[in-house]
Design a protein around this ligand. Structure first.
Ligand SMILES: Nc1ncnc2c1ncn2[C@@H]1O[C@H](COP(=O)(O)OP(=O)(O)OP(=O)(O)O)[C@@H](O)[C@H]1O
Ligand SMILES: [Mg+2]
Length: 233
């Protein structure tokens, strides 16, 4: 699905990522690391929001490094950004429909997709006519995920989906990710490593712009560095 080799990139003259080798197949992959490690930067490079300095980014064998964001979205990659990007003055349903509006293969299938998203998040169906901005933080996060799913992605990328949510909602979000992983590829960055490990197959640890560890969820769970730095024992 996604294959990154030797990626180097940054902002201005500041190099953030170096020597990144990273892959997501038909699976759910976690990307962990502390604040400022470069997780969002890596995602921005995949989405075409910043240009790679070196190395390659391929989506199903097609090089996308340097492509425009809308081209990458049309190729089947959807992002749930770290900062919510909903339209607060529009209804829940209109926000969802916008997720499909500019994606040709999704536009023709809106009613179907809408039903699927409502099945995953029944609260969105209940609140379909409500302004997005009047929903709770947890509901808005669900809406952001629902909107990304409306584009019928092959690869869903979520940047710290649990950030700022109360534990019960965090658990619900990861349950949904778990239920999705048999049908689409998922890449999720998180600081909540403990919860994410329940929902992913494999993960990478990124520190100071470099991948320092790569293992199965099981392997990460018992890795001394992960236990000490991320599972807070
Ligand atoms: N738009 C930008 N312009 C300049 N520097 C940036 C920009 N965005 C991020 N950085 C810097 O790049 C580095 C990596 O940031 P990044 O946001 O990728 O980290 P992160 O792992 O996503 O952290 P967090 O967990 O806080 O979201 C940091 O030093 C940050 O200050
Ligand atoms: Mg980030």
């Amino acid at each position: 699905m996604l294959k990154i080799q030797g990626l180097e990139c940054g902002y201005g003259r500041m190099k953030v990522l170096e020597g990144i080798n990273f892959e997501v197949g038909a699976e759910s992959v976690g990307l962990f690391g502390p604040n400022g490690a470069g997780k969002t930067t890596l995602i921005s490079a995949v989405m075409g929001m910043i240009k790679p300095w070196k190395g390659s980014i391929e989506l199903e064998g097609v090089r996308i490094g340097g492509a425009e964001t809308f081209t990458i979205a049309r190729m089947g990659v959807a992002l749930v950004p770290q900062e919510r990007e909903l339209f607060p003055g529009m209804s829940v349903e209109d926000n969802l429909m916008l997720g499909a509006a500019y994606i040709p293969h999704a536009k023709d299938d809106i009613p179907n997709q809408l039903e699927k998203v409502f099945e995953l998040f029944p609260i969105l169906k209940e609140r379909r006519t409500q302004y997005a901005g009047t929903m709770s933080g947890g509901q808005q996060r669900m809406l952001a995920i629902g909107r990304a799913l409306m584009s019928k992605p092959r690869l869903l990328i979520l940047d710290e989906p649990s950030l700022g949510l109360q534990p019960s909602i965090v658990a619900e979000v990861f349950e949904v990710l778990k239920s999705l992983k048999s049908s689409i590829s998922i890449l999720v960055t998180e600081q909540n490593v403990r919860e994410s490990l329940k929902a992913i197959d494999r993960g990478y640890v990124l520190e100071n712009g470099r991948i320092v560890l790569e293992d199965s969820a099981e392997g990460l769970k018992t890795n001394p560095h992960v236990v000490k730095s991320y599972l807070g024992l």
